[in-house]
Ligand binder design. Structure first.
Ligand SMILES: Nc1ncnc2c1ncn2[C@@H]1O[C@H](COP(=O)(O)OP(=O)(O)OP(=O)(O)O)[C@@H](O)[C@H]1O
Ligand SMILES: [Mg+2]
Length: 181
């Protein structure tokens, strides 16, 4: 059995589908015999990064902490999925460089108009109204990845299709058993 750990780093706008894909992939990877952990931005901000805000500095600190834990897990055979917006290219590059495990960046692309229409948490409405400041895509930057291993477009694909793209890449990269479904 293939027991390699690795980091699956999802990045994309709020509402693009990072958490949805991580949750959808979790049982599939477990079926393949993997140990899986998800470091989800929302949850991490309640514990590991409690007290941090949304300035560039705090966002970068949050990403460094997530990267550190994801790498510890991945080095011990766990598939670490991270689901934080991670809007800044430079700190994504930094956690990639610091990672001793394989680092697979997944750009979860989705047009702003679509995520805004989804408004799964009602945050875009608040950001447009100025109630929330520093909101990625509205009043804060999102720097899209230039060299992501995987790109999915959730405005154009079903959850199943996006997840299949991820699994296809992982099989091709030798990170899953080739025969695994
Ligand atoms: N191909 C797809 N992949 C993932 N999600 C999709 C896809 N197509 C539609 N969706 C929908 O998009 C929404 C994505 O919301 P989700 O909470 O996963 O976003 P997120 O990236 O985790 O946002 P946040 O950064 O705010 O946590 C869900 O309602 C999901 O059903
Ligand atoms: Mg999420």
């Amino acid at each position: 059995m293939n027991d390699k750990g690795f980091i699956l780093w999802f990045t994309g706008l709020s509402g693009s589908g990072k958490s949805t894909l991580a949750q959808y992939l979790t049982p599939k990877l477990i079926e393949m015999g993997k140990n899986v952990e998800v470091l989800d931005g929302d949850e991490v901000r309640e514990n590991l990064s409690k007290g941090l805000g949304f300035s560039k500095e705090d966002r970068d600190t949050n990403i460094r902490r997530i990267g550190y834990v994801a790498d510890l897990l991945a080095r011990n055979g766990v598939v670490s999925m991270t689901a934080a917006i991670s809007p800044y290219r430079e700190v994504r590059r930094e956690v990639r460089a610091a990672s001793k495990a394989a680092f697979v960046e997944v750009y979860v692309e989705c047009a702003l108009e679509i995520v805004e229409k989804r408004d799964t948490k009602g945050l875009y409405k608040k950001a447009r109204a100025g109630i929330i400041k520093n909101f990625t895509g509205i009043s804060d930057p999102y720097e899209d990845p230039e060299n992501a291993e995987i790109c999915v477009n959730t405005g154009q694909e079903s959850i199943e299709e996006s997840a299949e793209k991820v699994l296809d890449y992982l099989r091709g990269a030798g990170l899953l058993d080739a025969a695994a479904v």
